[in-house]
Design a protein around this ligand. Structure first.
Ligand code: GLY
Length: 365
């Protein structure tokens, strides 16, 4: 397996990427983090548990550690205060101590919820992630963002609490529904816009191969994404400047998710539409960018063809965006692209340019 390091001085940690070797890595890491007397708390999403629960438990037991387990509900509905309270109750009733270690097993929802519980129980317990979805592997599991939803919006309650390790094994993706795989590719495409040409070439090769579950190519995309994200988080952990580029496509994407009603499109699907709108806006604000971004635009459109269709109302999406604007202090900020690998942050965009960019993007949907 290959290793990418998120470099944060004494809180640095490895993101381990590979195919089919997760058991060996997991028992080795668990043995290390629970030495000498720590207990292990395994919190696993129900879908993953049904498929891999006994494998995960027998693997961590090989580390000669006392293991306790809790199965969590699947999907965005797990990211609530009620579920968080349930996790706190379980950890405290099991007498967790600060020497112990929490293992989150699942996708982004699980790592968001479990990470927040780890960050706040006893003022912070160490944790690690066995990631099982593409979106988790390339984005949610890396960088320590944790959180739950509130009726005012997604991820409004949370903190940044870095894990001690992340394991991304593409063999878990063989059982991932295709829709979720495509949603995960939304974030991979985002990195391809931000990173160097290696990434768009790898993505084009993967899309040409016609096998969306090709382990080798997926592993390479996960590795390149992890490498890019780890580099950004290492330089700007708390999103005071550089990390903002990871919001490429997200101002539009979040507004689309919100105006449609959460759950109609998966987050990564809305991000794909958001990326296309960001490309359209980039080109509207500077014509030379249209040619520079045409290959990137084609890749996004190719994946948009594969997502479910809903009718999206442009004015409602603009209203949802202004809700974001209120939260951000009247200053709506877009991450755009000057060319591949050259993100630019732009404020004060005219509403009509936003409207026209959205319209052009939705015409491809
Ligand atoms: N998902 C964006 C970030 O972690 O900053």
């Amino acid at each position: 397996m290959r290793k990418v390091i998120v470099r944060l001085a004494e809180r640095s940690y490895p993101v381990i990427v590979g195919i089919g070797d997760w058991k060996h890595e997991l028992s080795r890491l668990v043995s290390h983090v629970t030495k000498p007397h720590g207990k292990l708390f395994v919190l696993c999403d129900a879908q993953l548990y049904a498929l891999y629960g006994s494998d995960i438990i027998s693997t961590v037991e090989k580390a000669n550690v006392s293991v306790s387990e809790l199965v969590l509900p699947v999907g965005e509905r797990a990211k609530t205060l009620t579920q968080l309270r349930h996790v706190y109750g379980y950890l405290l009733d099991s007498q967790i101590s600060r020497n112990d270690f929490i293992l989150a097993c699942g996708g982004g929802v699980t790592s968001d919820l479990v990470g927040l519980a780890a960050a706040t129980t006893l003022r912070g317990v160490r944790w690690g992630i066995l990631s099982s979805t593409l979106l988790g592997m390339v984005d949610a599991a890396i960088g320590g963002k944790t959180g739950i939803n509130h009726k005012q919006g997604k991820n409004l309650l949370g903190t940044i609490w870095q894990p001690s390790f992340v394991i991304c094994d593409s063999s878990f993706l063989l059982t991932l529904p295709k829709r979720q795989l495509i949603a995960g590719l939304g974030e991979v495409v985002k990195y391809a816009g931000l990173a160097t040409h290696d990434m768009i070439s790898a993505l084009n090769r993967y899309l040409k191969s016609e096998d969306m579950y090709d382990q080798k190519q997926l592993t390479q995309l996960i590795y390149l994404s992890a490498q890019y994200k780890a580099g950004i988080v290492s330089k700007d952990e708390r999103e005071s400047s550089l990390r903002m580029v990871l919001n490429l496509g997200h101002t539009f994407g979040h507004a689309i998710e919100r105006s449609l009603g959460y759950g109609r499109l998966l987050h990564g699907e809305a991000v794909l539409l958001g990326l296309l709108a960001a490309v359209e806006l980039s080109g509207r604000l500077k014509k030379a960018r249209i040619r520079r971004l045409s290959e990137y635009r084609d890749v996004i459109c190719r994946l948009i063809e594969l997502i479910p269709h809903h009718s999206i109302n442009i004015e409602e999406t603009l209203t949802a965006m202004s809700h974001d604007k209120k939260r951000l202090g009247n200053n709506l900020r877009f991450v755009l692209l000057d060319s591949l690998g050259r993100p630019v942050i732009v404020d004060n965009v005219k509403k009509n340019d936003i409207r026209m960019a959205l319209k052009a993007a939705l015409a491809e949907y």
